[in-house]
Design a protein around this ligand. Structure first.
Ligand SMILES: CC(C)(COP(=O)(O)OP(=O)(O)OC[C@H]1O[C@@H](n2cnc3c(N)ncnc32)[C@H](O)[C@@H]1OP(=O)(O)O)[C@@H](O)C(=O)NCCC(=O)NCCS
Length: 149
């Protein structure tokens, strides 16, 4: 079964929300600040309004997505059923191909797997924060791609 990366349409909004909820449920160190309904509404709007790419797997549908806006990779999430399958790498590659001038993004410091993933994919750490400026109040890390020479 192949996984294709394609630009999302507004019809993908619901599936994007479900991928986020499932992936986020594995990040057990985060507080739950919104109801699932609020989250679904938020991702339906984002998918319709911002540059969103989905990983569409034959027979399964949307299994991952990336949202890129104004020099920021705002979201990169893969459904847990497809973790470690190369799906995140394909989505990240799409972001770099479409935005060769580069972009920044945040990750949580506790997200060791994602940090390894980004550091392997040519990103550089810009700064660590105490998390007081993010919604979850969880220490985070700012990355930039590409890593400066
Ligand atoms: C991080 C993530 C996008 C990577 O996508 P993926 O399809 O699993 O990644 P790939 O198969 O292309 O690459 C595998 C690497 O992803 C990372 N990874 C795998 N499972 C992970 C998990 N449960 N949580 C975080 N990172 C994970 C690891 O670095 C892994 O490599 P390694 O453990 O062998 O060093 C994906 O695992 C995910 O959505 N995780 C949960 C949500 C998240 O952390 N999003 C990033 C927010 S900044």
């Amino acid at each position: 079964m192949t996984t294709t990366i394609r630009r999302a349409t507004k019809e993908d909004g619901a599936a994007v929300g479900e991928v986020f909820l499932a992936a986020r449920a594995t990040m057990t160190y985060l507080p739950r600040l919104h109801t699932d309904e609020e989250t679904r509404g938020h991702f339906a709007r984002l998918t319709a309004e911002k540059e969103t790419w989905v990983a569409d797997r034959e027979g399964q549908g949307v299994v991952g997505f990336a949202v890129i806006d104004g020099g920021w990779l705002e979201h990169l999430y893969v459904h847990p059923s497809r973790f470690n399958s190369g799906t995140g790498s394909k989505l990240f590659k799409q972001a770099t191909t479409r935005h060769p001038q580069g972009f920044q993004f945040w990750a949580f410091q506790k997200n060791a797997g994602a940090r390894r993933f980004y550091e392997r994919n040519g990103c550089a750490l810009v700064k660590l924060t105490d998390g007081q400026d993010n919604e979850e109040k969880e220490p985070d890390v700012l990355y930039v791609w590409p890593a400066p020479n």
